[in-house]
Design a protein around this ligand. Sequence first.
Ligand code: SAM
Length: 187
Amino acid sequence: MISDEEILKSKDVPGPTKEEIRCLVLCKARIKKNDYVVEVGCGTGAITIELAKKAGRIDAIDKNIKAINLTRKNLKKQGLLDRVNIIHGEATEVLKNLKNFDVMIVGGSGGKLQEILNIGSKKLTENGRIVITAILLETKVEAVHTLQNLGFKTEIIEVNISKGRILDRGTMMLANNPISIITGYLQ
Ligand SMILES: C[S@@+](CC[C@H](N)C(=O)[O-])C[C@H]1O[C@@H](n2cnc3c(N)ncnc32)[C@H](O)[C@@H]1O
């Protein structure tokens, strides 16, 4: 897992998913080396980089062209550009044209989470997984309810990470915003 510092950022793209959260997303997604993974809302490409090291085929989607360009730059920096199919577009449209996949990671939905989950769930292979990261309370509730209604075995964890800042007289723990990781497993 690369550090947060290694990831190129831009003022026009939301910041990268933090290293510790990326670890948990990858863990919950149970990625295997032949998996076909679709990432909705790749942003900086921080999660895409890790997917590119682990999965068989990766499609990374974002509706923001600046995010697409940044994902491309970050993948190139890590020597992983040829491992990912980067797609610029609205996820609800792009997903319809994809073949069936094993895992869908949702890092952003722009108010279209239900639609993304409805379309994505129909494209999942047997034993497919969906992993959603959410900051807003409303998104967390919507993610859990939608996955349950679609028949997924649904799990949610809330992660509160504090990182130590080393000072002259000791170490101060600084808290990051809590983030939820909601996972749906086909059963
Ligand atoms: C919080 S950022 C993702 C962070 C990313 N995991 C990272 O580490 O950089 C959310 C991204 O989702 C994208 N997004 C939101 N709704 C979308 C949609 N409906 N279709 C495609 N992309 C979307 C946004 O443009 C944004 O780049």
